[in-house]
Write a protein that binds this ligand. Structure first.
Ligand SMILES: *Cc1c(COP(=O)(O)O)cnc(C)c1O
Length: 486
């Protein structure tokens, strides 16, 4: 009897009886409806609105909640203070930085993944099968051979870091895992001046230092200068340094430029260097027969990093790294900790394969949203959207070319269009962009190209229609007249 009474008093976060469960389920249905209501009505809402002082106080001024207020009240706070003040990338007129908008199937997959709540370190379970299959599909779609290894990561930064680290392990020529950077000559990494900031961060984190990075200049259309790359490699060799890796970009963050991947692959092959490609947003262009020539050579990468939360249209966060040499991938990260030692049978019989391919041990089931999205929509539909985005970007280029007030700031080979209000200086163009963002009508972002400020549209938005770009151009022309007075 006493035992029975104790059992009744033991706590859990679950509702304690059928009525409690029924109440939570009813609330959950309201939450799902609320999520759909938000997405379906997004076009009618401002793209972005600055969180008000009241909202900042409501979220940021709250004491640690010692006593729970209940799920319904927490949801109420979310509806009032959180949901309306999103950065805005689910909106049809969001083209800032490079962000994808996600989709409703992915949204629901996130909930289902949380319901299963597996730790996807690589146990013998369905989540591992799903992630392995997504990796195989990605390798095939990116033109890489069967047997290519890979792992899903939180994003492009992490995926790039992991790829570069495998390259260092495989091509340093010394025991870099044991000795660190003391084990041999200085290792040199080459990239272009347009390379994303992940690489500097990674050089710092890997203990190689930013000074071991050689940023090669770019040509008129922002691609790595090949002659300069070759000269840098030769000079470093002559100085007793070891050229380790060339990092090429398929879709630079500023202008969408694509380095000459085939030529850089040839150079790496001839030099015994690792060929890493950062295709954070650009890589999925490979899925399209029409666009593939632009990113040709990508498939020769020793390691390829890309996001699925950008041009794969999947909800944050999900990136992927593919590594051609599966053995090297595992050897660069496997740890063999005793508490993870393989058993003959049972769920850990084959070790923890994903833990052996990246920095993290415990990982969520981000593979599910990729698997469900690919199955639900099909790769053909995703590819058609990628092509549509590029056509829409062409349309925006035309609008800018037809406008007396606007001018292109750079070549737009893919889905990034940089432009400015012609008679405005840098500060005035910045002012135009900020007023546009604050108006809630559209959110592009800004960048500096060849020393001059530009308004930048990075288009990975499956909800955009051409009329949205008509609105954008009208708005920039109008705000430009207001700012400059002509
Ligand atoms: C976005 C981006 C990254 C970084 O990816 P995250 O997913 O933001 O970590 C790296 N390189 C390029 C070219 C990018 O566009």
């Amino acid at each position: 009897m006493a035992q029975e009474k104790d059992a009744l008093m033991e706590r859990t976060l679950d509702p304690v009886d059928a009525a409690g469960w029924a109440e939570l389920r009813a609330l959950a249905h309201r939450m799902v409806d609320g999520a759909f209501y938000h997405i379906v009505g997004r076009r009618e809402q401002p793209v972005w609105q600055k969180p008000s002082d009241a909202v900042r106080k409501a979220i940021g001024g709250e004491e640690v909640p010692r006593a729970g207020e209940g799920a319904a009240a927490a949801y109420e706070s979310f509806l009032n203070n959180v949901l309306p003040y999103a950065i805005g990338n689910t909106h049809p007129r969001f083209w800032g930085w490079v962000m994808g908008g996600g989709d409703a199937v992915g949204m629901m997959a996130e909930m289902l993944a949380a319901a299963m709540n597996p730790n996807v370190g690589g146990f013998d379970d369905s989540a591992t099968l799903v992630e392995e299959q997504v990796v195989r599909w990605m390798a095939e779609l990116m033109g890489m051979p069967a047997g290519t290894s890979g792992v899903l990561m939180s994003g492009g930064t992490m995926a790039n870091l992991v790829g570069l680290n495998v390259g260092r392990f495989a091509r340093s020529g010394f025991d870099v895992r044991g000795e660190g950077m003391r084990g041999g000559p200085e290792l040199r990494v080459y990239c272009s001046t347009e390379t994303h900031s992940w690489l500097k961060k990674s050089m710092e984190l890997m203990g190689m230092g930013r000074s071991s990075l050689h940023a090669v200049g770019v040509d008129a259309i922002h691609r790595m200068k090949i002659d300069e790359l070759k000269a840098a490699i030769a000079a470093d060799r002559a100085a007793g340094l070891k050229p380790l890796c060339a990092v090429a970009t398929a879709g630079t963050v500023n202008t969408g430029a694509v380095d000459d991947l085939t030529v850089i692959a040839d150079i790496c092959q001839a030099e015994g260097m690792w060929f890493h490609v950062d295709g954070a947003f650009g890589a999925p262009a490979y899925w399209s027969e029409k666009l593939r020539p632009i990113v040709r050579g990508m498939e020769r990468a020793d390691s390829l990093a890309f996001d699925l939360h950008k041009w794969g249209y999947m909800p944050y966060d999900i990136g992927c790294v593919l590594v051609r040499d599966a053995e090297a991938h595992k050897a660069a990260f496997a740890s063999g900790a005793s508490y993870l030692t393989a058993m003959d049978r049972g769920p850990v019989a084959d070790g923890l394969r994903f833990a052996d391919r990246n920095v993290e041990l415990s990982r969520g089931f981000r593979a599910l949203k990729a698997w469900m999205s690919l199955k639900a929509h099909g790769v053909d539909a995703l590819t058609a959207l990628i092509e549509q985005n590029v056509e829409q970007a062409r349309y925006l280029v035309q609008l800018i070319e037809q406008s007396d007030a606007l001018e292109l700031a750079a070549e737009a080979p893919l889905n990034i269009v940089c432009f400015r209000y012609r008679v405005a200086n840098d500060d005035e163009n910045k002012e135009i962009l900020m007023r546009l963002q604050e108006s809630g009508l559209a959110v592009p972002s800004g960048t500096v190209i060849s020393g001059r400020f530009a308004i930048r549209v990075a288009h990975t938005n499956h909800r955009t229609r051409r009329e949205d770009f008509d609105l954008l151009v009208e708005a920039v022309e109008r705000i430009g007249r207001e700012v400059v007075g002509r």
